[in-house]
Design a protein around this ligand. Structure first.
Ligand code: NAD
Length: 451
């Protein structure tokens, strides 16, 4: 039964849903209608702020501390400069009831995996519930969170219908537009990347495309359906995962054969169509997570995704291959592990970001510590308190005043390249192990090894 509250909400406007949707873009443009962005993280905050250069935007996040920080024009993720916040029509809130003034919602909350590596859709369901409680006739809800194909319509739409009492594609409409930003990358920013957009019907697709086209300078690509748009995102990251896994497997083979994979890739890379992938650790919450969403859907459909599963396993275990190589090199020194000092440089999940989530360098640190090596860790990008809270890791701020038996370059941070000669950190009989293989030029009179 439809509740009075729902009827009241549904009657807020005197126009029909069709009229509302038809002129939603115009109403957003002339600021009669408001946009809300739900989830102000790596994806949602830049999206909200750039949208606010054209539209009236409300940014909502459940994390009150985060909202407070953002209200003082500081990006907690460290990606946006203060000047990006200037002259924007945006307010921030941690109160979901304030979403009632919005007509165009964009959901950008996390889609992690659980301890069994299955999709954890709790944040997405909970954010959708908040939207549903504020949904009115004619509204459009666009999802940006990365999901398996079918998820938006199978999981989110029933929540929106069930709580609002409104009917999908009659009273309210949805879109899906995957995000492609690459934190730490100053070239491929929100406005500079072609945005894939989709809609629950043709008119909604047009509305969503027009909204994004206002702010995305690179333009939009209209996908033929919501499922296609969902699949396109997951394929981008799965493709990278599989290709990196191939490089990692090749690096096992070549290390046994006594060949440096970096030399092999340099030679093979002279062919015009050779793909530019490197071996390494695959952490973070995109490449290392999204394939599990696809694997989940494949299994549901009765398909065993052998290649994707094997690639995930290869990449998940790469830290062991690296740890063993370091062990083998230290065995040659005839010292006990407890007397071999190791400095690990960089623990963020990738270069030039402060994001520590799902960092695979941490797995390597655990592996080395379990074998008795005293390991010191430093990272100029990482937050000391977060490293302690998340991993019980004490980042050493004056780590560079010492010399170590082994220096492991864990992450390819730009700041490390600015230091020049790195011999000074390594004892005379010590060595550097360089996971990404980019620091060799700074090691002049010490042993150097890469994957
Ligand atoms: N970070 C990336 O590089 C990237 C790139 C492309 C796509 N994505 C995808 O975008 C989505 C968001 O990722 P992110 O990196 O921005 O995550 P994030 O963790 O940086 O930010 C998510 C924000 O959502 C908030 N949140 C969680 N539950 C909420 C709720 N119920 N209501 C309101 N706010 C809520 C959190 O407090 C957080 O601030 C994920 O699906 C991710 O896979 C991320």
């Amino acid at each position: 039964m439809t509740s009075i509250a729902v009827l009241e909400r549904a009657n807020v406007k005197t126009i029909t849903p069709k009229q509302a949707k038809n002129d939603l873009f115009d109403r957003l443009m002339n600021k009669e209608a408001e946009m809300a962005v739900i989830g102000l993280g790596y994806v949602g905050l830049p999206l909200a702020v750039y949208m606010a250069s054209t539209f009236r935007v409300k940014g909502y996040d459940i994390n009150s501390e985060k909202v407070k920080t953002i209200q003082s024009n500081v990006d907690p993720c460290g990606e946006l400069d203060a000047k990006v916040f200037e002259n924007k029509d945006i307010t921030y809130t941690d109160d979901y009831k304030e979403l009632s003034s919005a007509s165009f919602f964009i959901v950008a909350v996390p889609t992690p995996i659980d301890e069994h590596k299955q999709p954890n859709l709790n944040p997405l369901s909970s954010a959708t519930t908040m939207v549903a409680k504020n949904l009115k006739k004619g509204d459009v809800v666009v999802f940006e969170s990365t999901v398996y194909p079918g998820c938006t319509e199978e999981v989110c739409v029933p929540i929106l219908e069930g709580i609002s009492g409104l009917k999908y594609n009659e009273d309210f409409f949805i879109g899906y537009s995957p995000e492609r930003i690459n934190p730490g990358d100053e070239k491929h920013t929100f406005t500079q990347i072609t945005k894939v957009v989709s809609g629950s019907n043709k008119e909604t697709l047009d509305t969503v495309a027009k909204v994004y086209s206002e702010v995305v300078l690179a333009g939009v690509h209209k996908a033929s359906s919501i499922k296609v748009a969902e699949a396109s995102k997951i394929v981008e990251n799965t493709q990278r995962d599989v290709n990196i896994a191939l490089m990692n497997e090749l690096s096992y083979i070549f290390s046994k054969a006594g060949i440096a994979i970096s030399d092999v890739l340099e030679a093979a890379g002279t062919k015009w169509n050779f793909l530019n992938f490197f071996p390494g650790l695959v952490g973070g919450h995109c490449i290392g997570v999204d394939p599990y969403y696809l694997m989940h859907k494949a299994n549901e459909l009765g398909v065993t995704p052998n290649l994707i599963t094997a690639s995930r396993e290869t990449n998940e275990h790469m830290y062991i291959h690296i740890g063993r190589q370091i062990e083998r090199m230290t065995e040659k020194t005839n010292k006990n592990n407890k007397d071999i000092s190791i400095l690990v440089r960089g623990i963020t999940f990738k270069e030039n970001v402060q994001d520590l989530r799902n960092s695979k360098v941490i797995d390597l640190v655990d592996y080395l510590r379990l074998r008795g090596y005293p390991v010191t860790i430093e990272d100029p990008y990482a937050d000391k308190n977060e490293a302690m809270d998340r991993y019980k890791i004490d980042l050493k701020e004056d780590a560079l005043t010492d010399e170590y038996d082994v220096v492991v370059m864990g992450v390819n941070h730009d700041l490390y390249h600015e230091e020049g000669n790195l011999d000074k950190l390594i004892k005379e009989d010590g060595f550097m192990f360089d996971i990404r293989g980019t620091f060799g030029k700074y090691v002049r009179n010490r042993k150097y090894k890469t994957i």
